[in-house]
Each structure stands twice: as structure tokens, then as C-alpha cells.
Design a protein around this ligand. Structure first.
Ligand code: 3PG
Length: 204
């Protein structure tokens, strides 16, 4: 399903900027800066009104960018994101209604999990790739190692976000079950900071 493709594509970028963008103009500037500095990927969160229009504009103006939507809390958000051109979507939590709708439309969607029960319920619906959120507050690398251990034979993988920074991203990326790690620090990073992340991700 689309979700497996998502895991493979995000694994190529490894570090995923989680963007909270307030308006179209500054949002596009941030996306251009990411592209110019070798990290052409982002989760643009639906925490702001501008998210949908930025995704639509990125799709037109920066087709090389692998742009997705974050903070997808309901079916309406899900459709708005993919109609705008999002190539993937994620959520902080596990909402079975959203997961089922994503599967029905073959949308690349990863729900958020941080407990074994959520993993099992989402797995049962067909999910194989999860956002692990809030990664650091939930116990970080140690917690992810512990909760994923019983499911190793299922071949599931994770994208941790929440407290991930340039300093600890490598610890997560060293785990075999981690495909990519995301964080909001790339909202503020300058070109050099973005290139540092791209370097850590092995993109340059
Ligand atoms: C997310 O939506 O993934 C988180 O808000 C990212 O958390 P961070 O600000 O700690 O990177």
C-alpha cells in the first residue's frame, strides 16, 4: 500500500522538517530555503490556516519537494491535504476513522502512536509505518526500542518526532526500526543549519 512507499521515500531523506508556517509568503521562503540547501522534504502541519495553500503552491512551484501534511486530525483535513497535493500525511495520534479513510483512498498516511495498544490497533487496520510521538517525552530511544521489540517480526517502522533535534536525530536513525526522524527545529534553521541536517542525513 501507499504507506510502504512512504516509509521508503522518507528513509531516503532521513531528517524531515516539521514546519509550522504562518503565511504563504514566508512559508514558500522556508520551503525554497530547504530545497536550496539539499533537504527538499517537509511535513507542513495543519496547525495553521496557511498550511493548505502552501502545500498547493509548493506542488506547483517546487515539484522536486516531497511535501506532506501534518497534524491531520480528521477526515476533512485528510482530504484537504491530498487535494492540495500533499504526497503524504501524518498525525500526532491514532484515529481509526482517519486511518480507514486513508486506506480507502490509498493515501500515504502514518498515524501517531506511543503505546503498544495503539500500535496493535493501527496494525490491525493495515498500518505498517507509524509516527512515534511525542518521542522524547515518551521515553526516547529507550522507549521506542522497548515498545517495538514485541513487533519486530511484523516488519513495522517508525518516524519519531517530538523533541528530536540535530543533536539526537542520529541516535534514533541508528535504530533499525526507524526510517526517518522529524523535528520543528528546521523552522528556524538558516541555510547552514539546513545543510548540517542534510549532511547528517547523508544527502550531501
Ligand atoms: C510534531 O508535530 O511532530 C511535533 O510538534 C514536533 O515536535 P518538536 O517541536 O519537538 O520537534
Amino acid at each position: 500500500m501507499a504507506e510502504n512507499m512512504l516509509k521508503d521515500v522518507l528513509a531516503k531523506y532521513k531528517i524531515i522538517p516539521v514546519l509550522v508556517l504562518n503565511d504563504l509568503q514566508s512559508g514558500m521562503e522556508r520551503c525554497r530555503l530547504l530545497c536550496e540547501n539539499f533537504l527538499p522534504v517537509a511535513e507542513i502541519t495543519f496547525r495553521t490556516q496557511a498550511a493548505e495553500s502552501i502545500i498547493r503552491q509548493v506542488t506547483k512551484e517546487l515539484p522536486q519537494m516531497f511535501v506532506g501534511a501534518g497534524t491531520i486530525l480528521n477526515v476533512n483535513d485528510l482530504h484537504r491535504a491530498f487535494d492540495a497535493g500533499a504526497k503524504f500525511a501524518v498525525a500526532p495520534g491514532f484515529n481509526p476513522v482517519v486511518v480507514k479513510e486513508a486506506i480507502k483512498h490509498n493515501y500515504a498516511f502514518a498515524p501517531g502512536v506511543c503505546t503498544p495498544s495503539e500500535i496493535e490497533q493501527a496494525y490491525d487496520l493495515g498500518c505498517r509505518f507509524f509516527k512515534f510521538f511525542p518521542a522524547e517525552a515518551a521515553g526516547g530511544v529507550k522507549m521506542l526500542g522497548a515498545i517495538s521489540a514485541p513487533y519486530k517480526h511484523l516488519g513495522i517502522s517508525f518516524m519519531p518526532t517530538g523533541g528530536v533535534t540535530i543533536d539526537n536525530a542520529a541516535d534514533y536513525l541508528a535504530m533499525p526500526e526507524v526510517a526517518a526522524a522529524g523535528g520543528t527545529w528546521l523552522n528556524k534553521a538558516d541555510g547552514e543549519g539546513i545543510r548540517l541536517a542534510a549532511k547528517k542525513a547523508g544527502l550531501i
